[in-house]
Write a protein that binds this ligand. Structure first.
Ligand code: PLP
Length: 368
C-alpha cells in the first residue's frame, strides 16, 4: 500500500489547557530516567483507504479513544520508530539521520500491510512536535529527548485482512544517560529455546510483535544475571542474528570489525549503519557476513575476538564482556570496555551532540 495523499501535509496545532508547569518540567529534566515522563503534546495523523493521510494534528498529550474491536488490539498490526533529539551547546535542537528512520518506517509498514507515510511528512511530524515541546529537550551529558513515532491499524473490524484505517502518532519522552555513572560492559544471555524471527517473518520490521515474543527470553536473561538476550537464526540455530533490540558487532584482534549481514531477519539499525561508516572512515575493514555462535565462543576464548558490543539508538554503544548460556560462559564479567568500542561510541555521540564535525551530513536541525 502506498500513501494516496501527496506530501506535504499541513498540521493544525492545539495546546493543553494545563501544560506541565515550568518548575515541574525542570525537575523531570534533571532526572528523567527513561520512558517515564512525556511531553505536553503529541502528533496524530489519520489514514483511510479512501482518503489516504488526513487530519494531521498536534494535540495535547493524552489517552486515545479506541474501539474495542480496533484491529491493532487483535492482530498486532503495529510498527514503531525510535530516535532522539539532542540539544547542542548553543541551545539548538538536532536529530540524527531522521530520513533513515522514515524509510525504515516505510519498510516496516510494507511488511505489516500498513500504509506508508512519506519521509517528508515523517520528518515534518518531528519538527512539529519540537516546535511546541522544544523546552522538553534536556541539556547535559548524554541527555536527550527520545522520540517515539508509531503506527497502528485502527479499523473496528474483526475480519482478518489488512485494516482500512490507521493512525500514525508521535510521542516524546526525556531520557537521561543510559548508563548512570559511566559506560559499563554487560553480560549477554544466549537464548537457545526461543527465536526472535523466522525466515520470511517480521524480523526486519520494527514491530511490537517482535518485542512481545522477546520478553519471556529477556526475563530468562535477567534471571541469569544478563541484561540482554542474543538470538540465533531460527532455521539452523547456528548463526548470530541480533539482541532483542540492538545489533551486535565484534572487534577482531587485527582491529577490524565483524557484524552479521542483513539477512532478512535482522533490523536495519541506523546506529549499525553509522558505526560501519565511521569504522570505514578510519580505514578499518568491516566484514558483514554470517557469524556462527561458535566463532564468538572460540574467539572470546582464544583471543581472535578482542571486543564485542551492541548498538542501537537508546543505549548508543554498549560494551559486552561476557556471553553466557545454559551450559557455558565465555569472556570475563570484570573486563573493562574495549578501546575501539569506546572510541567509536565517543565519535558517534560527539557528532550527535555537535562536538565534532558532521562530515556525512547526518544531523538535521529540528528547531529552525
Ligand atoms: C530499533 C532496533 C535496533 C536498533 O536500531 P537503531 O536504528 O540503531 O536504533 C536493533 N534491533 C532491533 C530489534 C530494533 O528494534
Amino acid at each position: 500500500m502506498t500513501a494516496t495523499t501527496t506530501a506535504p501535509l499541513s498540521f493544525t496545532v492545539s495546546h493543553p489547557a494545563a501544560p506541565v508547569p515550568d518548575a515541574q518540567r525542570e525537575a523531570i529534566l534533571a532526572e528523567p530516567g527513561f520512558g517515564k515522563h512525556f511531553t505536553d503534546h503529541m502528533v496524530s495523523i489519520d489514514w483511510t483507504l479512501e482518503d489516504g493521510w488526513t487530519n494531521a494534528q498536534v494535540v495535547p498529550y493524552g489517552p486515545i479513544q479506541m474501539d474495542p474491536a480496533a484491529s491493532v488490539l487483535h492482530y498486532a498490526q503495529e510498527i514503531f520508530e525510535g530516535l532522539k533529539a539532542y540539544r547542542h551547546e548553543d541551545g539548538s535542537i538536532w536529530t540524527f539521520r531522521p530520513e533513515a528512520n522514515g524509510k525504515r518506517l516505510q519498510l516496516s509498514a510494507k511488511r505489516l500491510a500498513l500504509p506508508e507515510l512519506s519521509v517528508e511528512d515523517f520528518v515534518q511530524s518531528l519538527r512539529e512536535l519540537i516546535a511546541v515541546d522544544g523546552d522538553w529537550v534536556p541539556s547535559g551529558e548524554d541527555m536527550s529527548l527520545y522520540i517515539r513515532p508509531f503506527m497502528i491499524a485502527n479499523e473496528s473490524f474483526l475480519g482478518v485482512r489488512s485494516a482500512q484505517k490507521a493512525s500514525y502518532m508521535v510521542i516524546a519522552s526525556p531520557a537521561g544517560p543510559y548508563f548512570a555513572g559511566g559506560v559499563k560492559p554487560v553480560s549477554i544471555w544466549l537464548s537457545t529455546e526461543y527465536s526472535r524471527a523466522g525466515r520470511g517473518g517480521t524480523g526486519e520490521a520494527k514491530c511490537g510483535g517482535n518485542y512481545a515474543s522477546s520478553l519471556l527470553p529477556q526475563m530468562e536473561a535477567a534471571e541469569n544475571g544478563c541484561s540482554q538476550v542474543l538470538f540465533l537464526d531460527a532455521v539452523t540455530q547456528e548463526y548470530i542474528d541480533e539482541l532483542g533490540g540492538m545489533n551486535v558487532f565484534f572487534v577482531k584482534k587485527d582491529g577490524n570489525l565483524l557484524t552479521p549481514n542483513l539477512n532478512g531477519n535482522i533490523l536495519h539499525g541506523v546506529t549499525r549503519a553509522s558505526i560501519i561508516q565511521l569504522a570505514k572512515d578510519r580505514g578499518l575493514e568491516v566484514e558483514e557476513r554470517p557469524i556462527s555462535i561458535n566463532e564468538w565462543k572460540e574467539g572470546f576464548t582464544n583471543g581472535d575476538i578482542v571486543e564485542a558490543f551492541a548498538c542501537g539508538t537508546a543505549a548508543v554503544v554498549t560494551p559486552i564482556n561476557e556471553l553466557k548460556g545454559a551450559d557455558f560462559s565465555v569472556g570475563d564479567p570484570n573486563a573493562p570496555a574495549g578501546e575501539l568500542t569506546l572510541s567509536l561510541r565517543e565519535e558517534l555521540t560527539d557528532i550527535q551532540y555537535g562536538r565534532r564535525q558532521d562530515r556525512h551530513g547526518w544531523m538535521t536541525r529540528l528547531d529552525a
